[in-house]
Design a protein around this ligand. Structure first.
Ligand SMILES: C[S@@+](CC[C@H](N)C(=O)[O-])C[C@H]1O[C@@H](n2cnc3c(N)ncnc32)[C@H](O)[C@@H]1O
Length: 361
């Protein structure tokens, strides 16, 4: 972004430093008012002096209205220590980056991350169609899911593992956000199509390594595969398995959608967790995306069954996110019929799925 021609950030910074030394609340308020007037006379955003945008946002400049809101808060502060606290925070947001070990979120500018969800209820409007995603694969997830997980739980350049890669939504999102990714997928034909889609396309942020291996996630040699891509371990695992037999992905008997009972399905899922866990760095996140199903008129809580499989392996549960679930094309055309069936049968129609967030101890 080209520097604003008329905001002199060094001047703004000097003013904030000078205000930090003012000894009374009244002169400080007067100083803040005059800074507000001077920055408002020019409508450009305030440039951050040390821009380090690494894909997680916020942009390298602070919008003018946000800067003015911060100045208003300082002006309204009741005591000098409070006003200084806000002032110091604003000054630091211009010159310092404060990130934690597991993501690139600059906590000195936390208010600007409006795009990152922190609530346990995700009401996503519609599928994000940008970034090369197309919804050709029945049973895929919306790109916002891996996107949100990566922004919260990885830094740029880290490694993500997706053992149920399907149409490669996670891989595409990794490319967009500058994360490296390895996916596993049982169906060779699906993997071939994904590889074609990924060919020749570069990350928008730096260069990323994207790998897709065909095989059974319960038994693939994870370490060896990672090593072949130049990675020692991964920093995030995203597991989006079949929702048992709701969709039969293939006729392959190793396909998790082909196990006879929900209990067997959950046990096989546990084997995938066993296989990938050694590759995940301690303290990092393993996320499971899954919905429930009905079986012989009874609600089968696949989500909680898989949650228990992961907990058995010593992970710590950090969050259970409920995400809204749109009607499938098939169900949409029979909406009335399903409503009638629900009323007659005394059950509820699925409108949500789960995103379980676990931390490896
Ligand atoms: C719910 S889909 C994942 C969809 C993916 N998140 C996307 O956005 O396209 C589950 C995938 O797991 C694959 N699968 C089933 N059993 C598997 C196994 N044992 N190992 C690896 N992949 C498997 C299926 O072929 C299917 O593509």
């Amino acid at each position: 972004m080209a520097p604003s021609p008329s905001h002199n950030n060094a001047d703004i910074l000097r003013t904030l430093e000078r205000l930090l030394k003012v000894r009374g609340i009244r002169p400080l308020r007067t100083g803040v008012r005059s800074l507000k007037e001077s920055v408002s006379s020019n409508h450009a955003p305030i440039l951050v002096l040390d821009p380090t945008d690494r894909g997680a946002g916020p942009p390298p400049s602070i919008p003018l209205d946000h800067f003015l809101t911060e100045l208003n808060q300082i002006e309204r502060a009741k005591t000098l220590p409070r006003a200084r606290y806000y002032l110091d925070r604003l000054k630091r947001s211009l010159v310092e980056v404060n990130t934690r070990r597991i993501n690139d979120i600059n906590l000195n500018r936390w208010k600007e991350y409006k795009n990152i969800l922190t609530d346990s209820l995700w009401l996503l409007d519609k599928r994000d169609g940008s970034g090369g995603h197309s919804a050709w694969y029945w049973g895929n997830f919306v790109p916002q899911i891996p996107q949100q997980l990566m922004l919260r739980y990885t830094k740029s350049g880290e490694w993500v593992l997706d053992p149920f890669a399907g149409s490669g939504t996670t891989l595409l999102e990794c490319r967009r956000l500058g994360r490296n990714c390895v996916g596993f997928e049982l169906q060779a034909s699906v993997a071939r199509r994904v590889r074609r889609g990924l060919k020749g396309k570069q990350s928008e942020i730096g260069t990323t390594t994207l790998g897709l291996e065909v095989g059974d996630s319960r038994t693939l040699n994870v370490r060896q595969i990672l090593h072949s891509y130049g990675a020692k371990s991964v920093q995030l695992v995203i597991l989006h398995p079949p929702y048992h037999d709701i969709i039969q992905f293939s006729k392959n008997r190793r396909d998790l959608s082909n196990f006879r009972t929900a209990e067997e399905f959950a046990a096989q899922f546990g084997k995938v967790v066993d296989n990938v866990t050694p590759a995940l760095d301690p303290g990092r996140v393993l996320a499971v995306i899954i919905g429930d199903k009905y079986e012989k008129g009874e609600w089968k809580p696949l989500g909680f069954m898989l949650m228990n499989e992961v907990l058995k392996r010593g992970y710590k549960l950090k969050s259970i996110v409920i995400k809204n679930f749109e009607d499938t094309t098939g169900k949409r055309s029979q909406k009335e019929l399903w409503r009638f069936r629900a009323l007659a049968g005394g059950f509820y129609l699925f409108k949500h799925e789960y995103i379980f967030i676990f931390q490896k101890s």
